[in-house]
Design a protein around this ligand. Structure first.
Ligand code: ADP
Ligand code: MG
Length: 238
């Protein structure tokens, strides 16, 4: 059964349509990458799944619930953005535990979840540092740690690596892949970088102008692009 379903999802800003009836089924544990040129509607689509944007038409289903009218915190998902802001005055430990504290978890529960996330992301030696004393890659790992402490069923990533330099980006791709293998959650990952999409995805969803143009494994898309747009996009440098 699909973990996340988009059924004819439409988004309009006033008269301007930006997502034109998107259909997509994502299986439990699957790593799906939405890829396409800037402005094609990737972030809008992800933000509708997250509950950060209202949908104009269609349904979004997570598990067995239609979540169209549910606020983000009731959707059992966690989102990591490009411009992740850590709390500068808090230590890494406090940053990681903050959402659980807000959710009124007990201190032993928070400590257990934080220690586990820190272990998965190799942050244990950094728990007492503040964000100002971390590298870009370490800060990005803390941002991911904040998402995984909540043990969501679904992770949403929106260009999480685009502020990092090329070398770190490559390293972090490997980290994200390992994280997915270890945690096993369902992932929807947005990027405009086709190399990132090809290396991370179980399935790639290629978008253009608010439509899905092709869905397939990286190999299927690479070997059988449906049109010259896909062929050019996949074959061009990032
Ligand atoms: P992507 O993430 O693929 O770069 P977006 O989903 O951010 O694309 O944007 C899709 C389209 O919707 C763009 O044309 C963008 O200008 C437009 N758009 C995004 N947010 C808004 C908004 N709040 N109001 C009006 N138009 C918007
Ligand atoms: Mg975007």
């Amino acid at each position: 059964m699909a973990q996340v379903q988009l059924k004819n999802v439409v988004k309009k800003y006033g008269a301007l349509g930006v997502v034109h009836g998107v259909n997509l089924d994502i299986a439990e544990g699957e790593f799906v990458v939405l890829v396409g040129p800037s402005g094609c509607g990737k972030s809008t689509t992800l933000r509708m799944v997250a509950g950060l944007e209202d949908i104009t038409g269609g349904d979004i289903v997570i598990g067995d619930r239609v979540v169209n009218d549910l606020p983000p915190r009731e959707r059992n998902l966690a989102m990591v953005f490009q411009n992740y802001a850590l709390y500068p005055h808090m230590t890494v430990r406090e940053n990681l535990g903050f959402s659980l504290k807000i959710a009124k978890k007990s201190q032993p529960e928070i400590d257990r979840a934080v220690d586990e996330a820190a272990n998965i992301l190799s942050l244990t030696p950094l728990l007492d540092r503040k964000p100002g004393a971390l590298s870009g890659g370490q800060r990005q790992r803390v941002a991911m740690g904040r998402a995984i402490v909540r043990q969501p069923e679904v992770f949403l990533f929106d260009e999480p690596l685009s502020n990092l330099d090329a070398k770190l980006r490559t390293q972090m791709r490997v980290e994200i892949k390992k994280l997915h293998q270890r945690v096993g959650s369902t992932v929807i990952y947005v990027t405009h970088d086709q190399i990132e999409a090809m290396t991370l995805a179980d399935r790639i969803v290629i978008m253009r102008d608010g439509h899905i143009v092709q869905v397939g494994t990286p190999l299927q898309v690479f070997e059988n692009p449906v049109n010259t747009f896909v062929a050019t996009f996949i074959g061009s440098p990032p």
